[in-house]
Design a protein around this ligand. Sequence first.
Ligand code: ATP
Length: 366
Amino acid sequence: EAALAEAPPKPILQLVGVRKTFGSFAAVENIDLDVREGEFLTIVGPSGSGKTTLLRMLAGMDTPSEGNITLHGELINDVPPNKRPTCLVFQSLALFPHKSVGENIAFPLKVKGVDAAARKARALELMRIVRLPESYHDKNVMKCSGGERQRVALARALAYDPEVLFFDEPLSAIDYKLKKTLEKELKDLHRETGKTFIYITHSLEEAMVMSDRIGVMRAGRLVQVGTPEEIYGAPVDRFVCEFVGEVNTIKVKRGPNGLWSGVDVPGSFHVAPPQNGAAPDEAFVVVRPEFMRFLGPGESADNRLEGTVYNEYSLGSRIQYQVRVEAKGGEKVMLVELSRARALAPGADPHVTLGWDAADAFTLES
Ligand code: ATP
């Protein structure tokens, strides 16, 4: 029973060795991925890393040059978009400008030959799900705000009743506050509908808020797939580590008594071994800024470094400090992030002792 409970849900979409080339250039390379039924999976990566190319193959707008894509175990490499139980929610919403909100949403039902009364009932139901007021049913879609049109597009996508919804950067052109609202709503919508969502963005913040799992792409390859916690707390390499947030890194080599000695920053450090079980002689210790603190007199930590605060930035509820520490060939900047409640007092001595515990850092092979 325990084994059953722990078994991951069966894949709805499966990619094996998927590759896409344009001429001699491989935009997507050797992708193996199981998309689980009902999950919210986000693909993130820098511009040009192959996210859109991957999505186009999943949606059927492109065919892999090599490898297989299966849906419920059936090969769909060459199945066109309209023959797949999937729907792409466009960023530049292809809504019908002269039609009402209700007509836009009900369009897929009209195509299927659903009668007018049933169409209206379903449109109103979908409007409730995407939180559009009922009074908008007859409103011209062009008189809606950008955010409202996003909801109309979503409701229309849901009207197709697809098994998988694809989102290609739907929130990239929306102001911050609305974006934060829509992120949470999209997550709620995912939960309410129980459908599989595959979402593409270059914004890691978006990915972190919404996703069950995140896949990180780099130069056409999927370098890590995991929960937001795994991606943030146990990145497989420095690329993922630095892509997902700010970091302090210190290069270290094995020293005596289980300690490690700094290569770039002088000192000896307590370092947790790499999570992949490797036992390298050299490694990078990575400490996220929010796991660094300033040590007061008598306070202890596994590791400490003397430094000088030379800059501080408000991040809203938190403050980030830039701290110079002594390093080979000059100085190195370390970042410390504290909640506002724990901020340094104005005019405090800029000479500080940084502290962090080994368990709050992680180690990557160099
Ligand atoms: P962005 O975040 O900027 O949208 P992306 O991660 O979605 O980037 P893709 O659009 O998938 O990246 O592009 C991956 C690479 O493949 C890029 O170098 C791009 O120039 C190239 N590419 C994509 N489509 C084509 C095409 N039709 N012909 C030639 N090269 C292409």
